[in-house]
Write a new protein. Structure first.
Length: 433
């Protein structure tokens, strides 16, 4: 066995030379310049970081694999990456903690909807589908807002219970709020929807709203009808709903083991609405979801309320495609550190939480327009696919140049991505096809 001799060099190198692609995308979009126009908290001294530089550094930490503030420290020594993104230096863990501590409810409510609104204005798309969902983030300390509530994976643990709104066509986050862990699933949902529609998505037409059974309340349904939004929402199987479902006899067979029916139903003091019922035979569909009832063993039932008059199978198919937002949540937790960037102060945690959503949207944008042939790749795949490329800087004719280590066969592929980014139009056009 022969061991290679070891020596050291002061030459700055980076493991993320491919991030230059993302830098070109950000320049094309102009988002870093726009950050300077927003009313973010300012540093307390003349030597403090510019807020736009600090936020960009935070995003860089996330994009290169950080899942905690302490992980962002590794980029302080990556001079090449700092050169790529035109940063003189990068913050430490304590700098992030102090800066996010300047955020409060008023700042978050003012800045982040405005940032999301500007972002959505850069996209040419209309008649969008918005999926509302919530998730549980387990906390292991005594952070503000962390409380015992519904937590299926860590029963009895403190948690936060955020709300999220996804745009189905672009696979992006339209809006996000952090909530205490003991908050009910439907709590603050109407206010969240109002901010989403009237601020974040005010430049877009919302053609359809979908949500799970946590959003099945009279207040939410009435609000959506008042705003003239088409909706399909899963129904909680309350006893009166269960009785009405089990009383149905006119079933339509859709395929083997699946039958559909509809009914008109109104809760006490509620409005009569259209309900779609799906009955799945467990023997034929053993992996199907839905509720099991002792009154009718061998079948699982699902129910949906809607204000649309489409055929039964179309309503069900429309709702089923909503499952993709669960994949978005998984990716946010696995690849963007959604569960781990947490501070003592609630509003500081929410500020980093909402900035993570913007970081996610920027990767979705890159994935769609620069790598459209790999649109389904997760961020973890993108890092190994095109970001994790060794690189260093060199001076040629008094001009600094980035040298990327890349096999000759892959260089046309890299040049193609640069070309796609360079040719992007001012408005990024999404097709609804």
């Amino acid at each position: 066995m022969v061991n290679l001799p070891v020596s050291y060099s002061n030459k700055p190198v980076t493991a993320f030379g491919g991030m230059v692609l993302l830098k070109r995308m950000l320049d094309k979009l102009g988002i870093v310049d726009h950050l300077s126009a927003l009313d973010f908290p300012q540093p307390g001294s003349n030597r403090g970081y510019n807020p736009s530089d600090l936020i960009l550094s935070f995003w860089l930490g996330i994009w290169t694999g950080a899942s905690r503030y302490i992980h962002c420290d590794w980029l302080r020594y990556d001079k090449v990456l700092q050169d790529i993104f035109d940063l003189d230096h990068m913050p430490s863990q304590s700098t992030y903690s102090r800066y996010f501590g300047k955020f409060n409810q008023s700042v978050n409510t003012e800045v982040f909807p405005e940032l999301q609104h500007w972002f959505m204005q850069q996209l040419e798309i209309d008649n969008i589908t918005v999926d509302f969902d919530s998730t549980v983030i387990t906390r292991y300390g005594e952070q503000e807002g962390a409380a015992r509530g519904y937590n299926p994976n860590k029963r009895g643990r403190n948690s936060h219970h955020p709300l999220l709104a996804f745009i189905s066509q672009t696979r992006m986050v339209a809006n996000a709020w952090l909530r205490p862990g003991n908050t009910a699933a439907s709590s603050s949902c109407v206010a969240f929807m109002q901010e989403t529609f009237q601020n974040c998505l005010s430049s877009k037409k919302v053609g359809l709203v979908r949500a799970d059974s946590g959003f099945y309340t009279e207040d939410i349904l009435s609000y959506l009808e008042q705003e003239q939004k088409n909706y399909v929402i899963a129904v909680r199987m309350y006893p009166n709903i269960k009785a009405a479902v089990l009383s149905k006899r006119n079933w339509i067979t859709l395929s083997k083991g699946i039958e559909l029916a509809e009914m008109r139903f109104a809760h006490n003091n509620g409005k009569e609405r259209r309900y779609i019922i799906v009955k799945k035979k467990v023997e034929d569909r053993p992996k199907s979801g839905g509720k099991l009832f002792d009154d009718m063993p061998g079948y699982r039932f699902s129910c949906y309320v809607t204000n649309m008059e489409l055929p039964l199978d179309q309503i069900w198919n429309i709702y089923n495609s909503r499952a993709d937002c669960e994949n978005r949540i998984k990716e946010l937790k696995a690849d963007f550190g959604l569960e781990n960037f947490c501070l003592k102060d609630f509003w500081a945690t929410e500020a980093s939480f909402r900035l993570i959503m913007v970081a996610y949207n920027l990767i979705s944008l890159f994935r769609h327009f620069a790598l459209n042939e790999r649109n389904n790749a997760t961020h973890r795949t993108l890092k190994s696919y095109c970001f994790a490329l060794g690189a260093w800087t060199a001076n040629h004719a008094n001009k600094k140049t980035l040298k990327i280590s890349l096999p000759v066969k892959r260089r046309p592929w890299m040049d193609g991505i640069f070309s796609k980014i360079e040719q992007l139009p001012p408005k990024l056009i999404y097709s609804n096809a």
